[in-house]
Design a binder for this molecule. Structure first.
Ligand SMILES: NC(=O)c1ccc[n+]([C@@H]2O[C@H](COP(=O)([O-])OP(=O)(O)OC[C@H]3O[C@@H](n4cnc5c(N)ncnc54)[C@H](OP(=O)(O)O)[C@@H]3O)[C@@H](O)[C@H]2O)c1
Length: 258
């Protein structure tokens, strides 16, 4: 029988924003491939529900609340991992917010700060904490979620787009300095995906049709289709890949437009 090149057997994987959407799909997929998954977001009950479902199906998961915009929460989750697991093999920086949808000229300071506190500073300190621990075990994989908006700004999502551009560069900076410790850092760039984050767009039929016209495959992604690429980058199947990104967008960036 062929070996499972996507196996995560015996790995400890922490996924932020895993209570729903792409993070939830990734948690379930990782567990199917043998990882012990730490399901994390701000809301413990929603995370526990995902962990319970994984455990019920024979996987291994637990829930831990962590608001990644809050430095004490970041310290707390890594202390917990130190105490209970002693190491971490995989981090998926998936949690993100987009609190303001509107004209960039009307962006308020609070919205800009919240967007960067979570999407950029949060991802940075999660990466820093994970990488410092992976260094001790001489290996690990960190996958960060950007967005097509981080490559080509999305209309009325200026602050979000900027925060997602920043994490592309952030991941490369970590990749450059952490390769010596056998830590790989890569980015997944999703296009429009059927989750709560995209619901504002998909619930406006006119806007939604306009967006679909720009996507060669003429549909949104399912969260599972993004999770497949996250699994590839987390696993040893991508052992020679670091400092790069994979776009999963139905052709939007490469072949989109009318
Ligand atoms: N959906 C798309 O079309 C799309 C496109 C491109 C890129 N992406 C990227 O893909 C990733 C996942 O997005 P999604 O569509 O799955 O979003 P989603 O359905 O809105 O889920 C976001 C997750 O992040 C958690 N979260 C929000 N704020 C948090 C915080 N401060 N600390 C910790 N967790 C927090 C949420 O749970 P709680 O509310 O319980 O905290 C939830 O689990 C994001 O990085 C997003 O930018 C999505």
């Amino acid at each position: 029988m062929a070996a499972d090149i996507l196996s995560l057997k015996g790995k400890i994987a922490l996924i932020t924003g895993a209570s729903r959407g792409i993070g939830e799909a990734t948690a379930k997929l990782f567990a199917e491939h043998g990882a012990h998954v730490i399901v994390s977001s701000r809301k413990i009950d929603s995370c526990q529900a995902v962990a319970d479902e994984i455990n019920h199906k024979g996987g291994s998961a637990e829930a831990y609340a962590c608001h990644i915009g809050n430095m004490e929460d970041i310290e707390s989750i890594f202390s917990y991992i130190d105490d209970s697991h002693k190491h971490i093999d995989i981090l998926v920086n998936n949690a993100a917010v987009s609190p303001y949808y509107g004209d960039i000229l009307g962006t308020e300071a609070a919205a800009l700060e919240k967007t960067f506190d979570v999407n950029t500073r949060g991802a940075f300190y999660m990466t820093l904490n994970a990488a410092n621990r992976m260094k001790l075990i001489k290996g690990g994989s960190i996958v960060t979620l950007s967005s097509v908006a981080g490559v080509r700004p999305t209309l009325f999502q200026g602050a979000y787009s900027m925060s997602k551009a920043a994490v592309l560069n952030m991941s490369q900076a970590f990749a450059k300095e952490c390769a010596q410790h056998n830590i790989r850092c890569n980015v997944v760039i999703p296009g429009l995906t059927d989750t709560k984050l995209a619901s504002a767009l998909s619930q406006d039929p006119e806007k939604y049709q306009e967006l679909l016209n720009e996507i060669p495959l003429k549909r949104m992604a399912d969260p599972e289709e993004i999770a497949n690429t996250i699994l590839f980058l987390a696993s040893d199947a991508s052992s020679y890949i670091t400092g790069t990104s994979i776009t999963v967008d139905g052709g939007f960036l490469g072949a989109g437009g009318k």
